[in-house]
Design a binder for this molecule. Structure first.
Ligand code: ATP
Length: 313
């Protein structure tokens, strides 16, 4: 028997940074195969599901005005998909308390999609298995399954084939949030353009198959920040820097402020800085804030678990 429905359910869900993002050649369907090491950080959104007469989305937080409230919102799409799977009507009010920068390369929309799946499943008492939730998540988008799983995981294919990875400790991060976002498809197009311009070619015959870096996997398993810092890699970084040259100054300010590793997060424009410990993360953040090269600065840590109910359910 399924659990009795609850009056309201809140789910917390993490943002991600890609500690490795290896991008293969452009496939005939225009997608790219990736070797993508996702890392969930404590910075996150909260999605609260409450019974309602129809599907409704509200959003609060500093970037709320940039989040669509219509059926295109990933949380709304998730509610519809889960309801359809169980033959229900998607009558729910989803409130997103948004702390993840929008279009920042931290998979905030995907996180909200994962959170809505978990929140609606608990609210409706539908008891969906984790395997089915992961399948529905993959239908919503290639970054959504990881937001369900959390921790650290290797994503292959378009990112939707996930293998959890062992991690030997907590890592301390600082994020520099930029003004305005970058469109992920535009950054992939720029990556292809730069590869063509350099004469290497951008199709699957010209670009080596993306592979996870064994040194990076070892650094994670050992919980070794210096080794992880040395192995951080993002094939989209040159494209993000080409579209947003000002990010070079942000990366430099973090390095000058004591970060042991720097990289653009995913497709950017958020920049990620690995610190050697919690204390050093605070001084990196102070240096970034003083540099005037970003809109805001966040200190956080990880890995943390994926989307999970905090209230209700
Ligand atoms: P990724 O790292 O997965 O490429 P991102 O972090 O760069 O994504 P998102 O914050 O997920 O970008 O948002 C990308 C676009 O998705 C936004 O500009 C917005 O139009 C749309 N979107 C749909 N649902 C949401 C949501 N719940 N929160 C934020 N954006 C959403």
């Amino acid at each position: 028997m399924s659990a009795a429905p609850q009056p309201s359910v809140t789910v917390r869900v993490p943002a991600k940074v890609n500690v490795q993002l290896a991008v293969g050649g452009r496939r005939p369907d225009s997608f790219h195969d990736l070797a993508n090491v996702f890392f969930a950080v404590a910075l996150g959104d909260e999605v609260t599901a409450t019974p309602a007469d129809d599907l409704r989305i509200t959003v609060s937080g500093p970037d709320a005005d940039q989040v669509p409230l219509d059926g295109s919102n990933l949380a709304a799409r998730a509610a519809r998909l889960l309801a359809e799977h169980h033959g229900l009507r998607p009558d729910v009010h989803l409130h997103i308390a948004k702390d993840i920068p929008v279009a920042g390369g931290m998979a905030g929309g995907s996180a909200d999609g994962a959170a809505a799946l978990v929140a609606c499943d608990a609210l409706w008492g539908t008891g969906t298995s984790q395997d089915v939730l992961l399948e529905l998540a993959a239908e919503l988008g290639s970054d959504v399954p990881f937001a369900l799983l959390g921790g650290v995981a290797l994503g292959l294919g378009r990112g939707e084939i996930l293998r959890p990875l062992p991690v030997g400790g907590t890592f301390h991060w600082v994020f520099a949030v930029a003004d305005g976002g970058l469109s992920t498809p535009a950054v992939f197009r720029e990556c292809d353009r730069l590869r063509d311009e350099a004469g290497h070619g951008s199709d699957t015959a010209s670009v080596p198959d993306p592979q996870a870096d064994p040194e990076l996997l070892r650094a994670l398993a050992d919980g070794d920040p210096a080794a992880l810092a040395a192995a951080l890699a993002n094939d989209l970084q040159p494209a993000a820097l080409s579209l947003r040259p000002a990010l070079a100054a942000t990366l430099r300010a973090g390095a000058d402020g004591g970060a042991i590793g720097t990289l653009v997060s995913g497709s950017g424009p958020t920049c990620a800085f690995l610190a050697k410990d919690a204390e050093s993360a605070v001084s990196v953040a102070e240096a970034l804030a003083a540099s005037g090269t970003c809109r805001s600065v966040r200190v956080t840590h990880g890995p943390v678990p994926g989307a999970a109910v905090t209230t209700g359910g």
